[in-house]
Design a protein around this ligand. Structure first.
Ligand code: F6P
Length: 466
């Protein structure tokens, strides 16, 4: 088995005791890294005065990690800048929030170069290299230019935008060409792969044969491979005391009311304002249900140094306050809005206590919360998932009530339909979704991608820097 070198912006280390709800990536990579004695490389999340390229090695639960610190200008221009003020909004179809700045592009190129320089000496000739996400799109090219002929794959965790949006990026062509230095590029859904192929067709002199794009002497396989949960492990959280306590606590606090739950990172792509407005619409349309339902929205803040995130936080505070002011009674609060995260066990109990899971992003690569909500349900009496048609997960979770997050009327109807759904229909929908998340779990995802990468070849000729 070849050794795996995984590279991502952040490296998530395991915590002891009650498990923090680790991202899918940590779970997905752990098994392959342990089995192959591999290394997970990335930014420590820490700032240093001056970049030195010094690597900190750690090992936790059998997973070896290697991290570097970045200097303030790197963090500002690469992470807060190009990654989260340019690429993130653009790739989530928010051209209105996309900031184009040469400093950001320069910082992004510099940090990708720094990643290549520091991870390079760790890579041995037979290693499989797997790069993750929009922070590191050109890293494969950077490695090829240093002579690495390994099999190198890339997985995009977020959407790929249509060509009409992508061309607003000044160096869009260079960025796309850099992706063709990978052997395999993975997308969460067919929609994102098709958008990529549309760009290649319109803007590059490349050949497309099924999944394969040939560009010069390079051949890249474009794979659709939706990320999943560690479903078995997530479901085992059901038996923990913390899960049972949190379910009971919520059921007691709901006092006979139906609970609707939303769990999202505080991000404009998640459609939280639209969701609150749709819930307000639902309460207006169904006065008979006021005091009989309650929305619990969990939204831990993220990327707080980016202005659009500060703004959405302030807007949501105001909106939840105004809806509560309008509808609350002395013993009922329509929205409970919480700005911190919970452990996996507590979340399991929260999902299980909720009659409806509301997952309504305006655009999302996948959305694992949708899958977690389904995994947590009691199959004998399951809750209903209300899911945006613009989440990658909608292509797999056909048993959800699919809604348009841009229409508050449609979402309000979806909530009402979910709350009124008969048991037999809930069971049938849940079974179809549960079967899917068991079959296409996170282990299936990493195995499918790694097998595609292992099969890749022949390796491109080295294109050394002059
Ligand atoms: O979904 C994309 C992603 O960048 C993940 O890789 C990451 O875990 C999550 O968003 C949180 O982002 P950040 O690292 O910027 O807090």
């Amino acid at each position: 088995m070849p050794r795996l070198i995984a590279i991502s912006n952040r490296v998530q280390t395991e915590t002891e005791g009650e498990t923090a709800n680790r991202g899918g990536l940590a779970v997905a990579l752990a098994a392959g890294l342990r089995a192959s004695n591999g290394i997970w490389f990335g930014w420590s999340g820490e700032q240093t005065e001056e970049f030195t390229g010094q690597i900190t090695f750690r090992r936790a639960n059998g997973v070896a990690t290697a991290t570097i610190d970045l200097e303030a200008q790197d963090i500002e221009e690469y992470y807060n800048g190009f990654a989260n003020r340019t690429l993130w909004p653009l790739f989530h179809y928010r051209l209105d929030l996309t900031e184009i700045a040469r400093d950001f592009a320069g910082g992004y190129a510099r940090v990708n170069h720094r990643f290549a320089e520091t991870v390079g000496p760790l890579i041995e000739p037979d290693d499989l290299v797997w790069v993750h996400d929009y922070h590191l799109l050109p890293l494969g090219q950077q490695l090829r230019e240093r002579g690495f002929r390994n099999r190198i794959g890339f997985f995009l965790h977020i959407p790929w935008p249509p060509p009409s949006l992508l061309i607003s990026l000044p160096d869009h062509r260079e960025l796309v060409e850099s992706l063709l230095d990978y052997d395999v590029v993975g997308f969460q859904s067919e929609e994102w792969r098709q958008a990529f192929m549309d760009y290649v067709t319109a803007h590059l002199d490349a050949d497309i044969d099924g999944e394969i794009v040939s560009f010069g002497n390079r051949r890249t396989r474009m794979l659709v491979c939706p990320i999943g949960l560690d479903t078995a492990d997530f479901c085992s959280a059901a038996h923990s005391m913390a899960a049972k306590q949190s379910q009971t606590q919520l059921m007691v606090s709901a006092v006979g009311r139906d609970m609707i739950v939303g769990v999202d990172r505080l991000d404009y792509s998640k459609g939280l304002q639209e969701r609150f407005i749709a819930y307000q619409q639902f309460l207006t349309n169904h006065p008979e249900l006021c005091e009989k339902v309650s929305l619990l929205q969990i939204a831990p803040p993220s990327r707080g140094d980016v202005p659009s995130y500060q703004q959405i936080r302030a807007e949501l505070n105001a909106l939840s306050g105004s809806i509560n002011g309008e509808f609350a009674t002395i013993d009922w609060v329509p929205i409970r809005y919480v700005n911190h995260g919970y452990s996996r066990e507590k979340l399991f109990g929260i999902y299980r206590a909720a009659r409806v899971g509301l997952v309504t992003p305006l655009r999302d690569g996948m959305n694992l919360v949708a899958k977690e909500y389904v995994a947590a349900q009691d199959p004998a009496d399951p809750g209903v998932l209300v899911l945006s048609r613009f989440a990658g997960a909608a292509a797999q979770l056909e048993g959800a009530v699919i809604v348009n997050p841009h229409s508050s009327e449609d979402m309000a109807d979806g909530i009402a339909r979910a709350l009124a759904m008969p048991l037999a229909e809930r069971q049938e929908r849940h079974k179809a979704m549960f079967d899917c998340i068991v079959k296409q779990d996170v282990h299936w995802w990493s195995k499918t991608f790694m097998e595609a990468l292992e099969k890749a070849g022949p390796k491109p000729a080295a294109r050394l820097l002059p």
